[in-house]
Design a protein around this ligand. Structure first.
Ligand code: GLN
Length: 491
């Protein structure tokens, strides 16, 4: 009965048919019952759940509960970024994105599990264990915002916040059959988001539908004097209403069809290809035109991304030294030894791998060969998009080459894990907005969930900087036509 989209719940609250307290109690119970650890029968997607009933809340978001990725600082509430090094850390302040939503009337319901410091594509790098995919508990929910995506898909929270550095909102949204939006870089303040790679990190919504994504975005955007990279968004975010795509020119990048020969073994799954092709046909029925576009440097995006993001991470994560936050090694013999032991014990293997990669890429003598070169590739990729957007309004790709994979399937091979982001990383490097919407279910026999009928496939739609309204409208029209069985993963 209360299984509503957030926008529908707000309408009911405003009409007096539902109280915010009732809604909060409903979700609090569900979150506590199904969000906890696997031994207790949960999805392990929530690392903290609010106690008691929230106070009545005014504002356009009408008290609707919100799950927030662990890496957002929330005052007095554990904010651990999926890491042992921050275990038990309770920040003295709240991230701007969360604060703005609270000011608009949202209520903090839960913190969501994630890959450690947002490094990962499966949520298996969390110090708190992997979150499970509610469509099939033997599979990953995607990452790094896997806990947020799983919680929304399972109906443990009406909506959630995630962050996306190279695909971490879009890819888990695709794998859990929900909507995920990465806004234009700078649209939302990063103040209070525990940093991974500052030139790429962006917050964004994970929601049941496109309308909810627009509503969350609307209340988070805008310049914040605490983040010098945040921008005044040039328009208001509107409620998307489009039902048709007449006159919309969609581009399908030739270079983003398949990871291809350069990336051995990484083919787009046939069932993903089939769902993508069906979505393109549907877009044409709705009036869109489809043409091929070229992003000549996009195939190098992944390589550039791992140099740049690891370099920035090696610098950002230097602050975790056992002095100011989180866990400190107690058995050390002196200051240097304390730093070393704290970092040795506190960071997981993937984080250490990135710190080492990044430190190497930034070291003197190698800087130009790696970091400088990756920066130049990044510029080329941004130019490629600008050129392509002279001919088309939006660019479409599958969100991920594969549907949710089995737990443990890719953990031994970092490169195959990194390939999960082949389609999402180029937009991150270019700083442009992109949304993933569910576009169907896989049909191949190896990817059929316990509910039958396959696992969710995501469609990625990208647009030029600040084209969020256009993006949301197109996503809305397609969403209406696709009619994805979004509620099937509810626990
Ligand atoms: N999976 C990518 C990585 O591991 C992207 C992560 C992200 O967007 N936070 O870096």
């Amino acid at each position: 009965m209360l299984d509503l989209s957030a926008s529908a719940a707000i309408a009911e609250i405003e009409a007096g048919d539902l109280s915010a307290a009732e809604l909060f109690a409903f979700y609090r119970r569900r979150a506590a019952e199904h969000g906890g650890d696997v031994e207790g029968g949960g999805l392990n997607c929530l690392t903290w759940v609010a106690e008691g009933v929230a106070d009545a809340s005014d504002g356009p978001l009408a008290g609707v509960p919100l799950a927030v990725k662990d890496l957002f600082c929330t005052k007095g509430v554990p904010s651990q970024s999926g890491s042992h090094i921050l275990q038990g850390y309770r920040p003295p302040y709240t991230a701007t994105a969360v604060k703005r939503l609270e000011t608009a009337g949202a209520t903090l319901l839960a913190k969501a599990n994630q890959d450690e410091f947002a490094m990962g594509s499966s949520n298996e790098n969390s110090a708190f264990g992997p979150a499970l995919n509610p469509w099939d508990r033997g599979r990953v929910p995607g990452g790094s915002s896997g806990g947020s995506a799983a919680a929304v898909a399972a109906g443990l929270a009406p909506w959630a916040l995630g962050t996306d550095t190279g695909g971490s909102i879009r890819q888990p949204a695709a794998m859990c059959g929900i909507v995920g939006l990465k806004p234009t870089y700078g649209a939302i303040s990063r103040y209070g988001m525990i940093a991974f790679a500052s030139s790429l990190d962006q917050a964004g919504p994970l929601t049941r539908d496109v309308t909810d994504a627009a509503l969350l975005l609307k209340h988070m955007i805008g310049r914040d004097r605490c983040d010098a990279t945040s921008l005044q968004f040039p328009q208001e975010i509107e409620r998307p209403r489009a039902e048709r795509l007449d006159g919309v020119r969609l581009g399908v990048p030739a270079e983003l069809q398949n990871p291809g020969a350069d990336f051995a073994g990484a083919e787009v799954e046939p069932s993903v290809r089939a769902a993508f092709d069906r979505a393109l046909a549907l877009a044409q029925e709705l009036g869109a035109s489809v043409q091929e576009v070229h992003l000549p440097h996009a195939a190098h995006a992944l390589s550039a991304y791992y140099i740049l993001s690891s370099s920035e991470a090696s610098s950002n994560l230097a602050r975790f030294d056992g002095v100011r936050y989180g866990v400190r090694a107690t058995d050390s013999t002196g200051l240097l030894d304390m730093y070393t032991r704290t970092r040795h014990d506190g960071f997981g293997a993937e984080v250490k791998r990135r710190i080492m990669l990044g430190t190497y890429a930034l070291s003197s003598g190698y800087y130009d060969a790696y970091y400088g070169r990756a920066q130049r590739v990044r510029t080329k990729i941004a130019e490629d998009f600008r050129t392509a957007f002279a001919d088309v309004d939006l660019i479409v790709t599958p969100t991920s080459a594969n549907v949710a994979f089995a737990l443990g399937e890719k953990t031994a091979d970092p490169w195959s894990m990194y390939l999960s982001d082949f389609f999402t990383v180029p937009m991150s490097l270019a700083g442009i907005p992109a949304i993933s919407i569910p576009c169907g279910l896989s049909e191949s026999s190896d990817a059929v969930g316990p509910h039958g009928g396959g696992l969710p496939v995501g469609l990625q739609i990208a647009g030029p900087a600040f084209s969020e309204n256009r993006l949301l409208d197109a996503a809305h029209a397609l969403e209406q036509a696709i009619g994805f069985p979004e509620g099937r993963a509810r626990v």
